[in-house]
Design a protein around this ligand. Sequence first.
Ligand SMILES: NC(=O)c1ccc[n+]([C@@H]2O[C@H](COP(=O)([O-])OP(=O)(O)OC[C@H]3O[C@@H](n4cnc5c(N)ncnc54)[C@H](O)[C@@H]3O)[C@@H](O)[C@H]2O)c1
Length: 300
Amino acid sequence: MNLEVRNITVPFTALLWTWIVLSLFPDWWAAFGGIILIVGVMLTQKSSVNAWIQVIKRHHDWRSETDMRVLVTGGAQGIGRAVCEKLEQLGDEVISGDLQEQDGGIHLDVTSEDSWEDALDSVGPLDGLVNCAGIRTRNLIVDTTYEEFQKHLDVNIAGTWLGIRGMFRRRSSKAESSDISYASIVNIASVNAVIAVPAQAHYVASKGAIVGLTKAAAIEGAALGVRVNAIAPGAIRTPMTEERLVDPQQVAWLEGRIPAGRVGEPEEIASVASFLLSDGARYVTGTTVFADGGWTANGV
Ligand SMILES: NC(=O)c1ccc[n+]([C@@H]2O[C@H](COP(=O)([O-])OP(=O)(O)OC[C@H]3O[C@@H](n4cnc5c(N)ncnc54)[C@H](O)[C@@H]3O)[C@@H](O)[C@H]2O)c1
């Protein structure tokens, strides 16, 4: 990673060195001489200073100096909750929008245009949006009602599209000023976008659509300074999968197909989301990142 000497880290580094030198040399004149010497070394050995700064900043990997303001849909539990926690740890201002009551979050029904408008107006300008809200039921096609099928399209795909449109519209008005900074949208697809399982045709169809929507939105978003990507998680331990993952047979079936040999944890999706939101991914748009322990790479 190419880290530069930045405005904040340079004075911090100088102060630290001053403190070290003063504690080593109680005599003020010797300390002054030491400071001059060290500043000289720092200026001539910029690369080693950069390496040192890199160690200090390791926990800020991928991140730009500026913290983000991010709305996470479906943030009350599961993957959405983990994304909120990860971003909060990194110092971002995070707003969770969900149907469920939640401390500090806002009410958002992603299937409703009015609810999206209210939410986006109330939170103000955003640097990031993570479309995590989703539903999944299990039924063979012959047993699925039209309403059940339509509900999956409403929540999983229309709910994501409404968020993208809302953010794009607000970026359009911002584009009239000269102050355009980059923003990032992360959609949550699924391995089921490319590998189907029985009794989930409605879910599979909605998740396949996320991959296409992500590409289409990325090519329009570029002009607005918005990157759009998706994550396709494999089997992740959340309330959505709880029922399946308490069944040892189901777990064994999954572990037999996942080269990593285990199901994933929500935090392992949150870290991918934080990367895609960050400046470290500034040249990444229109893509879907598979975070599935190798499941979709496995031909057997
Ligand atoms: N868990 C997995 O194995 C897995 C795998 C691949 C993809 N995904 C996807 O990841 C996303 C999160 O899944 P999860 O496992 O955390 O599920 P989850 O059921 O634990 O959480 C989903 C959240 O979405 C919220 N939600 C549902 N409908 C909503 C609506 N209309 N408006 C606002 N919020 C709504 C729920 O209240 C809940 O908080 C979903 O899109 C899911 O399809 C999950």
